[in-house]
Design a protein around this ligand. Structure first.
Ligand SMILES: *Cc1c(COP(=O)(O)O)cnc(C)c1O
Length: 394
């Protein structure tokens, strides 16, 4: 068996050797749409699967393959697939696990476009869904029907930062033979590896911490060889939401610093969360690293560190929340997360504006809730910017 290096080493080396690549230290960018066959017979053998080799870049590309091998290793899975966006990954997985009339159980609170996709699947194909807080065994069991073919979990939940016990969910799902899909975007494999807790498939919006530099839109799915091959040959090949070789190359470059970046994101977020808690204009701080967080015990069980995302509510109304954002000088108002730059957004009017108000309130996405992605700037500068803005609106 191949010697398995530590995580911090695998983000740099896994899946690539310069041998056979003109001794290039950096993985080469194969910016090509297709591959040439030496003979007609060779083309026939490749299409028949009798000979390994690339055919056409929608079916596979050497730069993308390095990324897929690296991501599979980091999540502890057998294989991975890269996509052109996180949503291309989510949709490929959900389409592959369901057919008309099936049912999905989903965590109470998901990424806004995942919510939109579930609605669309219901409307077009009669694939229904139920949301569940997934906080007890009875609650999870009560939502499963004999048509349930997928359990879909986000933890921490965007943007309310609630956590779901992955071991609890996967133990019930195993008993029923239902695959568990986890959107691991907020953690990256450095902080949380859902497959180790018995889950079946992991999805990333690689746009966020995996890329880490705010210059790529991409998605990743990791799982067992059989499911990954099925998705590769069906929903990925025929729907076609593939990643470009250049974006795969940028992700390989970003991944090299994943461990060091995450350490800094987590360290600064812990400090900012602590400061926010003591500011008189701040009503609540929701950060899994704080002992007051209702699922702090789940954080210590399944996450290495609490992450770089903080949600908080301020006193007042929607206008006050918007004024606070406008008063920030360095922190940018933007959706997305996991970048070097600190970013703030207002979920009720931005990422979760598509969610009907009643549902939003049930999820805890109020008009004064703000979501902060703590960047890699000096912690002091991040906090000063927020403190000054708070004081100006106060
Ligand atoms: C951003 C995001 C997505 C969607 O990813 P894209 O790369 O924007 O398509 C899915 N889930 C979560 C949790 C996200 O933050």
């Amino acid at each position: 068996m191949k010697e398995r290096k530590r995580f911090e080493t695998r983000v740099i080396h896994e899946g690539y050797s310069s041998v056979g690549h003109s001794d290039s230290l950096a993985p080469p960018l194969y910016q090509t749409s297709t591959y040439t066959f030496q003979t007609a017979k060779q083309g026939e053998r490749r299409f028949a699967g009798e000979e390994d080799g690339y055919i056409y870049s929608r079916l596979g590309n050497p730069t993308v393959s390095i990324l897929e091998e690296r991501m599979a290793s980091l999540e502890g899975g057998e294989a991975a697939l890269a996509f052109g966006s996180g949503m291309a990954a989510v949709s490929a997985v959900l389409f592959s696990l369901t057919k008309a009339g099936d049912h999905i159980v989903c965590s109470q609170g998901v990424y806004g476009c995942t919510f939109g996709l579930l609605e669309l699947m219901e409307e077009k194909f009669g694939i229904s869904h139920d949301f569940s807080p997934m906080d007890t065994e009875e609650e999870i069991r009560s939502k499963l029907t004999d048509r349930t073919t997928c359990i879909y979990v986000e933890t921490p939940i965007n943007p309310t930062m609630q956590l779901i016990d992955l071991e609890l969910v996967s133990s019930i799902a195993k008993e029923k033979g239902i695959p568990v899909v986890v959107d691991n975007t907020f953690c990256s494999p450095y902080l949380q590896r859902p497959l180790e807790f018995g889950c079946d498939l992991v999805i990333h919006s690689a746009t966020k911490y995996i890329g880490g530099h705010g210059d790529v839109i991409a998605g990743i799915v990791v799982g067992d060889q059989e499911r990954m091959s099925t998705i590769r040959m069906t929903t990925q090949k025929d729907i076609g939401g593939i990643i470009s070789p250049f974006d795969a190359w940028l992700l390989l470059r970003g991944l090299k610093t994943l461990a060091v970046r995450m350490d800094r994101h987590c360290e600064s977020a812990s400090k900012v969360a602590e400061q926010l808690k003591h500011h008189p204009l701040v009503e609540t701080v929701i950060f899994p690293g704080q002992v007051e967080h209702p699922q702090h015990h789940i954080m210590t069980k399944q996450m290495k560190k609490p992450g770089g995302m903080i949600s908080f509510t301020i006193k007042g109304g929607k206008e006050d929340a918007q004024r606070l954002m406008d008063e920030l000088k360095m922190i940018k108002i933007a959706v997305s997360l996991g970048d070097a730059e600190s970013l703030i957004q207002h979920p009720a009017t931005m990422t979760h504006a598509v969610v009907p108000e009643e549902m939003r309130m049930k999820m805890g996405i109020t008009d004064t809730l703000l979501r902060l992605s703590v960047g890699l700037e000096a912690y002091e500068d991040i906090w000063e910017d927020i403190e000054n803005a708070l004081n100006r609106i106060g």
